[in-house]
Write a protein that binds this ligand. Structure first.
Ligand SMILES: [Cu+2]
Length: 126
């Protein structure tokens, strides 16, 4: 059974269906906006923290993607979700320290560094 166009299903269920229904030949990012998330594209993503900024500032991933932040700065930084750290919150990361969070739910996740609040970034899960 495979209903890749069925939009009534929760996205998480669509993800499970997509896992069981590989569609070889489709590009990783289909042009069709109604296309289901391409779970095969859920490669781990990395955000580098350097020079008091998150790079890339905008990270777009598929549900289920593990995003890892790596602090390449000489200063400590944190990765704190904009909801006051309720969704995710790292400890202070020293140079070369890492923090990871797996985004399972579609949405827009803004985050910042709680030590330097002008440092902001966004993860979009779709
Ligand atoms: Cu910082």
């Amino acid at each position: 059974m495979c209903f890749p166009k069925q939009r009534a299903l929760p996205l998480a269920a669509m993800g499970l269906l997509a896992l069981g229904c590989p569609t070889p030949g489709l590009p990783a990012y289909a042009a069709d906006p109604d296309a289901p998330p391409q779970i095969a594209a859920a490669q781990p993503a990395t955000v580098t923290i350097d020079n008091f900024s998150f790079a890339p500032a905008l990270t777009i991933v598929a549900p289920g993607t593990k995003v890892t932040w790596v602090n390449k700065d000489e200063e400590p930084h944190t990765v704190t979700s904009a909801d006051g750290g309720k969704t995710f919150k790292s400890d202070a990361l020293d140079t070369d320290d890492k923090f990871s969070f797996t985004f399972n739910q579609p949405g827009t996740y803004k985050y910042f560094c709680s030590i330097h609040p002008h440092m902001v970034g966004t993860v979009v899960v779709k």
